[in-house]
Design a binder for this molecule. Structure first.
Ligand code: XMP
Length: 310
């Protein structure tokens, strides 16, 4: 495949379709939406409005990271602070699917619907890739092609059309295109991170306190395992509690599970055989978080487990 030609063709296609209209797209911090942003920006310049929706479920420093990386590429992005909306939508929900649905609805119906109305955009550039389409068709994941899964016809509902310039590529192809577009390594080599963000790593209700805990644990795991070469690593805040001792006093505290997997495409995965010293260091740092007194390493492959806990 000639990826240079691929980029030129997509740019021409987007220009022709959008004409002198306005298009919008949303960044997630991942490689697919970054590539769409870069291609869209080359095609449309200021006719493309790129948004980063801060949903309050991000990892530590994420909005700042995304802002900085795109500023360095001279691509203007607008950060939309929608944290309160997402937290309100998640309040009281404990069922995994209900939590995912609440996040999806808030993003596509509320926040995105508003952005489309405000910008007058007629086109939405979406980072769907071939694997997403295949997995959706096979019923493996429910998070992709979200609009149609929600029963939303974007053209009818919001008056915009969805363009999917990457829908013939797989992840390796997206990474090749990313390299040709000069996207920085720190963006393209990131480990996978789920759309529902840290809400996928809290078993039970998502509150600001729980987010603070899992955000701290996530930063520790990502720091310790950055050079592990593993496919993905994460921290999960469990719902259970356990007795422990802190400052000579009994504490009925929280439990964090750490997961680090080897995988090719996340369809199957095996636990990484980490050094005992690394695991001990992670445990020490995680149990130093106030209120957390247990740290577990998850040895379960996928299947039967999934990668995320919700
Ligand atoms: P599971 O938990 O299904 O995860 O074994 C497989 C891979 O997909 C990621 N994942 C998601 N990615 N939106 C995403 O963009 C989601 O809703 C979502 N859920 C899981 C997960 O991190 C793993 O890499």
């Amino acid at each position: 495949m000639d990826y240079r030609k691929f980029i030129e063709e997509r740019i021409a296609e987007i220009r022709e379709t959008v004409g002198d209209g306005v298009a919008i797209n949303a960044l997630s911090g991942g490689v697919d939406s970054a590539v769409v942003t870069a291609i869209g920006h080359r095609a449309l310049g200021t006719q493309l409005k790129t948004f980063f929706v801060d949903n309050a479920l991000m990892r530590a420093g994420e909005p700042e990271f995304v802002e900085k990386v795109f500023a360095e590429m001279n691509i203007p992005i607008e950060v939309v602070d929608a944290g309160k909306e997402f937290l309100a939508a998640l309040r009281g929900l404990t069922d995994p699917e209900e939590k995912r649905q609440a996040i999806t609805n808030t993003f596509y119906c509320d926040v995105f619907g508003r952005l489309v109305r405000e910008t007058g955009a007629k086109y939405l550039l979406h980072g769907t890739i071939l694997t997403d389409i295949e997995e959706t068709t096979a019923g493996i994941k429910r998070q992709h092609n979200i609009l149609s899964q929600l029963g939303i016809d974007p053209e009818k509902e919001y008056g915009y059309q969805v363009l999917e310039p990457l829908k013939t590529l797989r992840k390796d192809g997206v990474r090749k295109v990313a390299a040709l577009l000069d996207l920085p390594d720190q963006l393209t080599s990131r480990i996978p991170f789920p759309g529902p963000a840290l809400a996928a790593r809290i078993v039970g209700e998502v509150t600001e306190d729980e987010l603070t805990l899992v955000r701290q644990a996530t930063a520790i795991v990502e720091d310790e395992l950055a050079d592990s070469g593993a496919f993905q690593y994460l921290a999960v805040l469990l719902q259970d509690r356990a007795t422990g001792i802190r400052d000579q006093r009994r504490e009925f505290g929280r439990i964090v599970a750490v997961r680090c997997i080897d995988s090719l495409d996340a369809r199957t995965a095996t636990p990484a055989r980490l050094e005992w010293e690394v695991l001990e260091r992670i445990c020490r740092r995680i149990t130093a978080i106030p209120g957390v007194n247990r740290c577990l390493y998850d040895l379960t492959p996928k299947p039967p487990a999934t990668v995320e806990y919700i």
